[in-house]
Design a binder for this molecule. Structure first.
Ligand code: CA2
Length: 158
């Protein structure tokens, strides 16, 4: 029985989709001085647990391919209330991901583990920021939990 207590309205838990772009599958294996020791798997586990406490659901997707990231965004148009996106280096190059995010009606958080503004010049330009509701950078892997909290608040307030 999944119906709302005292009524027949279905109460569905709202979904946050966390999209990770190229090379982020290598988290915890290389360059820990920049990206830390957490793997994407442990980050996902922490966010899933947090989402359960906050009564939302969180789903992770990762791809090294631009088109597959766009497919994930299109899927989110139908299924998700918020997107948290770390587009990796596509952040600095992808007009196509920018255009796809523009078609999404829910809340969008751009996320970076490091602070791209404190790094090389080519990381200072973001194609995601102009279409994001919030931008989070430099908090390390903990940023994923912070972003999950923010997304949960925003989608519950709607
Ligand atoms: O700080 C971030 O989260 C970035 O989005 C990470 C991207 C980088 O291109 C952005 O400028 C900032 C790179 C992700 C590479 O991930 C790795 C993970 C482990 C080992 C090597 C790379």
């Amino acid at each position: 029985m999944t119906g709302h207590k005292g009524g027949n309205r279905e109460m569905s838990v709202q979904e946050i989709l966390v999209i990770n772009g190229p090379n982020l599958n290598l988290l915890g294996q290389r360059q820990p001085e920049i990206y830390g020791y957490d793997t994407l798997q442990t980050i996902e586990e922490k966010c899933v647990e947090l989402a359960r406490e906050l009564n939302v659901s969180v789903r992770f997707g990762q791809s090294n391919h631009e088109g597959a990231i766009i497919d994930l965004i299109h899927e989110a148009r139908l299924k998700s209330a918020a997107i948290i996106i770390n587009a990796g280096a596509y952040t600095h190059t992808s007009a196509a991901i920018h255009d796809a995010l523009k078609t999404f009606d829910g809340y969008i958080i751009e996320l970076h583990i490091s602070n791209p503004h404190a790094r090389e010049e080519f990381r200072h330009k973001s194609w995601i920021s102009p279409v994001a509701d919030a931008v989070m950078a430099g908090a390390g892997a903990y940023g994923y939990e912070l972003a999950t909290r923010l997304a949960a608040e925003k989608i519950k307030a709607k």
